[in-house]
Write a protein that binds this ligand. Structure first.
Ligand SMILES: C[S@@+](CC[C@H](N)C(=O)[O-])C[C@H]1O[C@@H](n2cnc3c(N)ncnc32)[C@H](O)[C@@H]1O
Length: 206
């Protein structure tokens, strides 16, 4: 079995070369995420990949630390022109929180990939400031129709897809709530209902 980090190192160049399928939906999601940010915010991103979203959103924040556990993904990211307030750091999502607490933590297309989602969500919660935000988009494979799920299983068997959790949107929202967040926004951009965009605010303890 290929380790997830090795999968992403191997897959990095193909990932970087993939065109965005629905540009309008992508732009709408970026605009929605930017709308939640303040110019003074210290933002952490986990699973930043080749940095495309970080490069677009960092100008809306005070500082942006974009992390990923794949050195190859980050090598591609670091070669792109980027705003001055953006830093790329090699880190597994579980231990990416140096420099916290943060005003916002972003996770685009990564929460379904981690081994222990409740554990990661509670680390995210612990490393946010009071009223801090989790901003995420997540594939929810268990919401997909059988043919698509079958296709992903086949791709995974061929080593062309990483190990991923079969989340439903309902289970994801529940897990986020259980970790101590209030859902502030939940939307779908474009035609794909299986990749919800979620903004969740840290509930004060007690
Ligand atoms: C589907 S890509 C998404 C990349 C980027 N966020 C985007 O939306 O274009 C998933 C990324 O998460 C990273 N990743 C997966 N599991 C991770 C983990 N446990 N810790 C850190 N990064 C992880 C992979 O290396 C990959 O770059």
């Amino acid at each position: 079995m290929v380790k997830p980090v090795n999968f992403w190192d191997r897959f990095a160049h193909r990932y970087a070369a993939r065109p965005i399928k629905d540009v309008e939906a992508y732009e709408a999601m970026l605009a929605a995420a930017a709308g939640w940010l303040k110019p003074t915010d210290r933002v952490l991103e986990i699973g930043c990949g080749t940095g495309s979203i970080a490069i677009r959103l960092a100008p809306f924040a005070g500082s942006w630390t974009a992390t990923d556990f794949s050195a190859e993904m980050l090598r591609i990211a670091a070669a792109k022109p980027a705003p001055d307030n953006l830093t790329f750091v090699l880190a597994d999502a579980r231990s990416a929180f140096d420099g916290g607490p943060f005003d916002a933590i972003c996770a685009f297309q990564v929460l379904h990939l981690v081994e222990d989602l409740p554990d990661l969500l509670s680390r995210i919660h612990a490393n946010l400031k009071r009223d801090g935000l989790l901003i995420a988009r997540t594939w929810c494979f268990a919401d997909m129709g059988l043919p698509l799920r079958g296709l992903f299983l086949a791709l995974r068997a061929l080593g062309l897809f990483p190990p991923a959790k079969a989340l439903t949107t309902t289970a994801l929202l529940q897990a986020i709530g259980d970790a101590g967040f209030e859902i502030a926004d939940e939307r779908v951009f474009g035609q794909n209902p299986d990749g919800p965009f979620i903004v969740a605010q840290k509930r004060p303890a007690g």
